[in-house]
Design a protein. Structure first.
Lengths: 162, 314
């Protein structure tokens, strides 16, 4: 009886870096506000697919780097991602067997939670209150979730990440 | 294939988590995050951490910047000779114009310094300038930050004033080895000490979160400020050098029921359009400036002030 060997860690790291890239890629101004939280989507996928490898620690670290990248308060995204990874881990056995559209709903809740944490931190440090557009990334993220899911599943199978 | 292995009982994926319990891990991380955020918000202790992370993330920024870089390169490759010639002629005439103005400025500068010497007041001159390019990278859409392609390796430091051709843009907020983040003057957490150029009334221009608006707070209702007044940096606070244009007053609303007038101004710098920015390094003390003020021969006229070391890296 052997435990599954870990392999393909670089695929996970590269996909998260790709998420970072998508987060800072220049977009027209009107699209900037609706940019989905790519890193979060990618992290949620990996937590669902490989809960024994990608957990709260990885999510937290990715969030911290995203903070450094975007210039937000160091720890804001880290906190949000860690909380979301925790919930995903708790529910992964249920979410995994959902059909794709139902999965997207769970993802919507998770993404809204990220926005909520960021919103709350924004309020705490006394920045002006954001408008409704602040919540659009969660909705757009839900819409692109099926694409992210299918794409990353293909990648995971091809490179036998486990 | 893993499934087959599973059935044969050779490979078993662990169903349950190992290591410290999940909830405990989350709580530890949450506590660390809260501590980090508090420290980052209140103190500058985390700058070294940010510096290291910024260095690690530099390739991501370069990659994100690549499409616009490549576009610019291609555009410059396919310019016609005629266009270039026209541009050259335009620039030459412009340069001539500025040269003439500079000659006068030179004389004025020396005269100003002499007068100040008579008054025994110090005078700072000759800030050295570094040119940096804005990286086409989107940052948090709710803060007014921009990324520039120079970092500590080029001598950029935290708090350094950033200008463009029209006025003050902001100050360096976070530095990495090869890049830095600049907080624009319109960021809600930014304030810049200014004075009205016409009469020297001092105030502080606060960012509003709107790229086209600054707010002057705490100006009494009877202050002499009019729409159209030019606001320049006052040099108070010691961060921004004195005398650079910041904004033009747009609207002055006086409501007798309120203690202060509501004054808004429009930044002069092209905060969302500039491609290149100037980073100003604080000048030498007035003692060096006096040496710089020695009369120059006419053929030195195109070196306007000896203290202006053009460290243009372009």
């Amino acid at each position: 009886m052997t435990v599954v060997r870990h392999q393909g860690g670089w695929v996970i790291v590269l996909s998260i870096v790709a998420g970072f890239l998508l987060m800072v890629l220049p977009l027209p101004t009107w699209m900037q506000q609706g940019r989905p939280d790519w890193t979060a989507l990618i992290l949620i996928y990996w937590v669902l697919a490989l809960p024994q490898r990608v957990g709260v620690g990885v999510a937290w670290l990715a969030g911290a780097f995203q903070d450094a990248l975007l210039g937000t308060l160091l720890g804001a995204h880290a906190l949000a991602f860690a909380v979301v990874a925790y919930l995903t881990l708790k529910l992964h056995q249920r979410i995994r067997v959902f059909p794709l559209w139902q999965q997207a709903f769970s993802v919507l809740v998770l993404l809204l939670l990220i926005r909520l944490v960021l919103f709350w931190i924004n309020g705490l440090i006394g920045r002006p209150e954001a408008d409704w557009g602040f919540w659009t990334p969660a909705v757009v993220g839900t819409l692109v979730w099926p694409v992210v899911f299918v794409l990353l599943r293909e990648i995971r199978r091809r490179y036998r990440v486990q | 294939m893993q499934l087959v292995g599973n059935r044969q009982g050779k490979i078993i994926k662990p169903l349950f988590q190992q290591g410290p319990p999940l909830t405990a891990r989350l709580i530890i991380l949450v506590v660390i995050s809260v501590v980090l955020m508090t420290v980052d918000h209140r103190k500058d202790l985390l700058e070294p951490v940010r510096f290291t992370m910024s260095a690690a993330l530099y390739p991501v920024r370069v990659l994100a910047n690549f499409p616009s870089d490549a576009g610019e390169f291609l555009a410059s490759q396919f310019q016609t000779t005629r266009d270039l010639r026209e541009e050259n002629a335009r620039l030459k005439s412009k340069q001539l114009l500025y040269q003439v103005r500079l000659q006068k400025l030179n004389a004025l500068e020396v005269e100003n310094m002499r007068l100040r010497e008579l008054l025994d007041s110090s005078y700072e001159i000759g800030e050295s300038v570094l040119i940096a390019e804005i990286m086409e990278v989107d940052l948090d859409p709710y803060t007014h930050l921009i990324q520039i392609d120079k970092g500590t390796q080029s001598g950029v430091y935290r708090g350094q004033p950033v200008l463009d051709a029209h006025g003050v843009m902001g100050q360096v907020d976070k530095v990495g080895p090869f890049s830095a983040m600049v907080r624009l003057i319109t960021d809600p957490s930014h304030a810049i000490p200014v004075q009205v150029n016409r009469n020297g009334v001092r105030s502080v221009a606060m960012g509003t979160g709107n790229l086209n608006q600054l707010e002057l707070r705490s100006l009494p209702n009877n202050t002499d400020v009019k729409a159209g007044d030019l606001l320049v940096t006052s040099g108070l606070g010691g961060r921004f050098p004195k005398g650079y244009p910041v904004a033009r007053v747009e609207k002055v609303q006086v409501d007798p029921g309120r203690p202060f007038a509501h004054v808004t101004a429009r930044p002069l710098a092209e905060l969302n359009r500039s491609q290149q920015v100037l980073l100003v390094k604080r000048g030498e003390s007035s003692k060096d400036a006096k040496q710089a003020a020695t009369p120059k021969s006419p053929d030195q006229a195109d070196a306007p002030s000896a203290g202006t070391a053009e460290t243009a890296a372009q």
